[in-house]
Design a protein. Sequence first.
Length: 255
Amino acid sequence: MTHQNQRVLITAAASGIGLVMADAFTAAGARVYICDADASALDSALQSRPHLRGMLCDVAQEAQVRDLFAQATAHLGGMDVLVSNAGVSGPTANVEDMAFADWQRCIAVNLDSVFLCAHFAAPIFRAQGSGSIVNMSSTAGLFGLPQRAPYTAAKWAIRGLTKALAQELGPAGVRVNCICPGSVSGDRMDRVIAAQAVATGATLDAVREELTRTVSLRTFVSAQDIANMALFVTSSAGARISGQELVVDGHTETF
Ligand SMILES: NC(=O)c1ccc[n+]([C@@H]2O[C@H](COP(=O)([O-])OP(=O)(O)OC[C@H]3O[C@@H](n4cnc5c(N)ncnc54)[C@H](O)[C@@H]3O)[C@@H](O)[C@H]2O)c1
């Protein structure tokens, strides 16, 4: 599973799962470029990791993503792997209480970003006859999540987009897969649990217990578990894997 000299772009990687993936790809020998919309998180990630390069970019904005690809390919000297990792949990509310603007922003960051990154990566990968794209879906893209309509819709849509892109780009030697993480321990999950507790009136412990109740291994997963899957599927060990939804969740059959 070596990634020696692989050129890797990971979006939204100044913190959370993206940053763990950036460290994992670096440890596997890759040269990694990251972006993030949070300037201070980006500064601190880059300062603590002198080998990493990156830039500020809101991946829901076409012009910024165009610039990201220009900067990343200039720095890396091309690109072999794109990880479209950006996603926000979006509003937690019943549909009748949800503002349209909140729906739109959640769809833009989670879904438009995957389209935009693929749009700018495809010509690069087609021209070299190789490349691997990993899109970040979720188990929310396999089941319904009440009061999380835009997030759920975007994560389902990423699965469809992944399959369409795998069919489009496969003949050019380009692979496209998505990863569906279950609940990942960390800041974001803590925020999701807090929002769900407020929306439902349940305690934090009750929300947390409910989230693991349907997981066969009765556990959240770690960001490293997700990074391991990204490393595997983009390596030569995953050379014949494309168009797949790779679920890393401790096994959840249904909610
Ligand atoms: N954490 C989980 O439990 C979990 C579960 C399933 C799927 N996922 C998915 O995995 C991915 C990463 O999740 P995470 O938990 O690391 O997220 P996170 O909330 O910790 O955010 C990671 C980074 O994304 C950046 N970001 C947010 N909006 C951005 C934008 N418009 N442009 C660029 N950067 C932006 C943030 O500044 C932050 O640094 C997301 O797509 C998420 O939906 C996460």
